[in-house]
Write a protein that binds this ligand. Structure first.
Ligand SMILES: O=P(O)(O)OC[C@H]1O[C@H](O[C@H]2O[C@H](CO)[C@@H](O)[C@H](O)[C@H]2O)[C@H](O)[C@@H](O)[C@@H]1O
Length: 853
């Protein structure tokens, strides 16, 4: 179903459609750049060359801004220098202007929105999205935080205790907010040179909505959060929608290989999509478009941490804290107040440590900083309550007047205070049960490396060593790159306590060695490296955008853009007929299902009208006509009994018969069919599981047909088919057999047998007989035929002058040069050729064509 109005499919394929760049208003030039993160921003609003500059539109749930209302009620904004969306700019090439789209962390009254928008654009290159409070609550608090967030952190929506059941209304709010973002981004995209980089799970529908409006936009998506395993992901009623939406990106980035692997496995099991490693990249083909997958852990901004450390307030705080905790061992935890951060488990491990090592009582202090949440909710309250109750209980147990082993700081903590704690902590622990990356350990390492100014405050001289000690959960993305950290299972309280104990006792030399390795990693793989690499990948992924046509098809979440090579176009019947008339030795190859009869037809046999056209074609002495099918010889060949001169290839070319009176030839190269005895029992067990499915037994292979007659849910059928495919592929890995899945069939056939060999065999035989074929028409849906055709054309079997037409039935990504829309058009073409053969008068042909159309 075509979603956007195309007057003419031909035009659509040629790109005359709504996908052409939107005529958007040009962005006003930025008047004022406060140069917060980078010193090298050379934007000059009056520079005329900036007209040609490319743009990167960074789209995130929140703009990288702080907002405050002054006494007069005026909103005052400043950049949020801790925002990764802002920090990433350092990795972006200087010839790209960066703009931001997102919502504000505060609610701005309607009457002030316009004024605020103008100010944010002029001063901050920010385009705010204003979401009404009710919708924001449903979208962010509801769908994002209560439903998606737990799910992507591997939590099954088992009960409604945290309100995490799927709720249709919240999903609608998510979709409507994503649509709102779409409008804003579309307003901004100037031309096809602009890039859009979408961030995180709040905006997973956005790639689809943007692609629908702007078929060629250059779209990258990065998931900062985890991507859950298939078994968890598939519990979402809208899981398929989200996958399809994400696949409209050109590049999808993940923090770890594990998350990328989960995503690929969901695409494979829920959409039947395969991925491949190509030139060092992972690629999924989605309707002819290539979607790249990249694994790029995010990083920190070293400059930001240095300037925090060197801030005069940081030195004051360092002195104050050092004095306060003199003689104590300071362990630091800095976490968002979130159920996945494992804060309660961390405190239990501290309790265990104090139990096992009484000597630490009175000496050990754990400072747990809680970053204030952006919202309220039962989950947040629960995390807060658990932290407090546990801390209080442990403090009562081990504390005394003037000593509390656990200090919880639950208030907005200024950056200089955090910097001071990081700089002073002998050990840092991140115990999250799941986190996409978690940059706290990286920050700790960078702060412990310090700056010359802070070294002075800390009395670190050139003889002293910088040290750090880390205990990190094995379930957070960053733990993979911290080889010198104590990696723990946060649920194993004893192990965490032991790790903390070892971290405290670690000799200085070792602490320095691991710190040094970590620091080198953290400072080189920083946020600029991450952003720069993502952009490089995105540019590479979009490099072929202009080398293809695209066509938008489908409704709602099934919308997709199909991409075709530039030379792929609708087959002109007149053109083929004209070439046909001029040629003397023609070869015609016609696939059967989907070409002669529609794929969905209940009646499998060809109509008498069809048989008569084929008969007329093969009765022309200039023609060699072959029907090429994957079907078995019988009754298939009987259907064409009346076509004496028709060549038939059955079972994908394992059998070939040149005409009715010849005998069947088999492909002599195939002799080993022992694998059939492995395949058949497997298929039988699947048939028992999926009622309505059945096994087709052929001489050279076996095919398992599912949901042919709609006997069971197609989804179940295709899931089972995918499972069977994977299973057979692994059990037949060392057998001379090939497993493939297509049109409701999982089929196993001998290696080397494809419809392509029919073309090779027929054309080379004709050449051997001295017949110089000057016209080839090959229509079907088997890419092997088209690949083989192109090999023949380039391999000297055909003369350079030969007219060659390879054609799919239905517009789809293909190696063929042309397409026809359906089997009726194939019939019209064949009738045109028959008429041109001269066996029929022009009048008869026209009359028949009119009748059949
Ligand atoms: O609270 P949200 O608006 O839902 O934001 C979720 C979290 O976003 C950020 O964390 C994510 O990105 C980090 C950097 O790539 C990564 O380390 C982390 O694992 C991701 O969850 C933000 O830093 C958190 O505070 C938010 O809770």
């Amino acid at each position: 179903m075509v979603l956007e109005p195309y007057f003419n499919l031909f035009d659509a394929i040629r790109g005359v459609n709504s996908s052409s760049p939107q005529s958007s208003r040009a962005l006003p030039r930025v008047m004022n750049d406060p140069r917060v993160m980078s010193d090298d921003d050379d934007d000059d609003p009056y520079d005329s060359s900036s007209e040609d500059r490319r743009r990167l539109i960074v789209v995130a749930s929140f703009l990288p801004l702080n907002a405050q209302q002054d006494d007069s009620g005026k909103w005052c904004f400043s950049y949020d220098e801790d925002s990764i969306s802002l920090q990433l700019k350092d990795g972006i090439s200087h010839d790209i202007d960066v703009f931001y789209v997102g919502s504000l962390p505060v609610h701005v009254e309607k009457r002030k929105q316009e004024q605020v928008s103008v100010e944010l654009l002029e001063e901050f290159k920010c385009f705010p999205i204003f979401i009404p409070p009710d919708t924001q609550k449903q979208y962010y608090d509801g769908f994002c935080k209560q439903y998606l967030w737990p799910l992507i952190h591997y939590m099954m929506p088992m009960n409604s205790a945290y309100g995490n059941h799927f709720d249709e209304q919240l999903w609608r709010a998510y979709v409507s907010v994503n649509a709102k973002y779409t409008d804003k981004v579309i307003e901004l995209i100037n031309d096809t040179e602009d890039y859009v980089w979408i961030h995180d799970y709040h905006l997973m529908a956005l790639p689809l909505f943007l692609r629908r409006r702007h078929h060629r936009c250059k779209l990258g998506f990065f998931l900062h959060s985890p991507f859950p395993p298939f078994e968890i992901y598939k519990t979402q009623p809208i899981g398929v929608h989200i996958l399809k939406a994400l696949l409209n990106s050109d590049l999808i980035g993940f923090q770890t290989f594990e998350y990328a692997h989960h995503f690929l496995s969901c695409c494979s099991q829920m959409l039947g999509l395969e991925y491949e490693f190509k030139n060092g990249y992972i690629e999924i083909e989605y309707f002819g478009r290539k979607v790249s997958i990249t694994i790029l852990p995010s990083g920190i901004h070293m400059g930001r941490l240095h300037s925090s450390l060197n801030h005069p307030s940081s030195s004051v705080k360092v002195r104050e804290i050092r004095e306060k905790f003199k003689g104590k061992t300071l362990i630091l935890g800095v976490d968002d107040l979130d159920i996945f951060k494992g804060i309660g488990l961390k405190l239990l491990a501290i309790e265990q440590l104090l139990l096992k090592r009484p000597s630490l009582r009175g000496k050990l202090v754990v400072v747990q900083i809680l970053n204030p949440p952006k919202r309220t909710g039962r989950d947040v309250e629960e995390a807060n309550r658990e932290t407090y109750l546990t801390a209080e209980r442990i403090n009562e147990k081990f504390g005394y007047a003037g000593y509390k082993p656990i200090i919880v700081i639950n208030r907005p903590t200024p950056f200089y205070e955090k910097a001071a704690y990081f700089a002073l902590a002998e050990c840092c622990i991140v115990n999250a049960v799941r986190d996409g990356m978690n940059l706290v350990p990286y920050m700790y390492i960078a702060y412990r490396q310090g700056t010359p100014e802070m070294d002075e405050v800390l009395h670190i001289n050139s003889d002293s060593l910088h040290t750090s000690a880390l205990v990190v959960s094995e379930f957070i993305g960053c733990s993979l790159s911290l080889s010198g950290a104590f990696r723990v299972n946060p649920w194993d309280i004893n192990a965490v306590a032991e790790a903390l104990s070892s971290a405290i006792d670690m000799p200085v030399k070792e602490k320095h060695l691991s710190h040094d390795i970590h620091f080198r990693h953290v400072s080189s793989r920083d946020v600029a490296y991450w952003a720069g690499s993502f952009m490089q990948n995105l540019e590479r992924s979009c490099i072929n955008h202009h080398a293809s046509h695209c066509l938008g098809l489908g409704l709602s979440f099934s919308f997709r853009v199909m991409s075709f090579p530039l030379n792929y176009s609708k087959l002109s019947i007149e053109h083929v007929v004209s070439a046909y008339e001029k040629t003397k030795h023609r070869a015609i190859f016609l696939d059967f299902d989907g070409t002669n009869v529609p794929q969905t037809s209940i009646v499998e046999t060809p109509s008498s009208e069809h048989i008569s056209v084929i008969n007329d074609l093969c009765n022309d002495l200039k023609n060699t006509v072959f029907i090429v099918s994957g079907r078995g010889k019988f009754p298939f060949s009987d259907w064409f009994d009346s076509c004496e001169n028709l060549g038939i290839a059955a079972e994908h070319g394992y059998f070939i018969r040149w005409d009715k009176n010849s005998s069947w030839e088999t492909s002599g190269s195939v002799t080993d069919f022992s694998w059939k005895s492995i395949v058949e029992p497997e298929m039988r067990s699947y048939s028992e599981l999926a009622s309505g499915s059945y096994i087709e037994r052929k001489e050279s292979g076996l095919a398992w047909h599912y949901h042919k007659d709609g006997c069971f849910l197609s989804n179940y059928g295709s899931l089972k088919a995918k499972e069977l495919l994977d299973h057979l592929q692994s059990v037949l890995a060392n057998e001379p057999a090939v497993v493939q899945k297509r049109h409701d069939i999982v089929e196993v056939k001998p290696q080397g047998i494809t419809k392509g060999i029919v073309i090779e065999k027929v054309l080379s035989t004709l050449k051997m007989k001295g017949i110089s074929v000057d016209f080839v028409l090959c229509i079907g849906d088997d890419e092997n035929m088209f690949q083989s055709m192109s090999r023949q054309a380039h391999g000297g079997v055909l003369s350079a002058e030969a007219e060659i037409f390879t054609c799919t039935v239905e517009v789809k990504p293909s190696k063929a040069m042309y397409f026809l829309s359906d089997t009726n058009e194939v019939k019209s073409l064949l009738q045109g050729l028959v008429a041109a053969s001269g066996s029929e008068s022009k009048e008869d042909y026209d009359e028949r064509r009119e009748y059949s159309s």
